[in-house]
Design a protein around this ligand. Structure first.
Ligand code: I3S
Length: 126
């Protein structure tokens, strides 16, 4: 069904490309596998889409998310000692799923960090 789409289109707060790897599932450590991903921050969720070939042409209707995480109760911090890459965000859901999100651009990483942190804060006070 595509009934969620009109709603999603109104609530997209931020969308863009980041490098991503999941490092834990339900608290169990996973082997890293970095891939380029298209992230969409909307409502209570951070959604991961396949990286579109032409970023400017992306819309919420152009594909379905590959996965999605609930930001309620999530934690975000700058990763220390978890990667040799720079500007790495460490993100953990309440269910113990952990991700590293990274861009070579400090500005892009900072923007995502602030945007995700803002949503998490907003959800705490709900
Ligand atoms: O934490 P690690 O094991 O140093 O992470 C590296 C590995 O995932 C590596 O893959 P292989 O285990 O197949 O060699 C990746 O290529 C590296 O990118 C990972 O390290 P960084 O520092 O890039 O997160």
């Amino acid at each position: 069904s595509t009934s969620h789409l009109p709603d999603l289109m109104h609530t997209v707060e931020k969308a863009g490309q980041l490098n991503k790897t999941k490092i834990a599932e339900g608290g169990r450590k996973l082997r890293k596998s970095w891939t380029s991903s298209w992230l969409v921050l909307a409502g209570n969720s951070l959604m991961f889409y396949k990286d579109p070939k032409v970023a400017a042409e992306w819309t919420p209707a152009s594909s379905r998310p590959e996965s999605s995480v609930d930001l309620r109760g999530a934690r975000i911090e700058w990763a220390k000692d978890l990667s040799s890459k720079r500007n790495v965000i460490h993100f953990r859901t309440v269910t113990g799923n952990e991700y590293l999100l990274q861009s070579d651009s400090e500005v892009i990483s900072q923007d995502w960090y602030q945007a995700i942190k803002g949503v998490i804060r907003r959800l705490v006070s709900c």
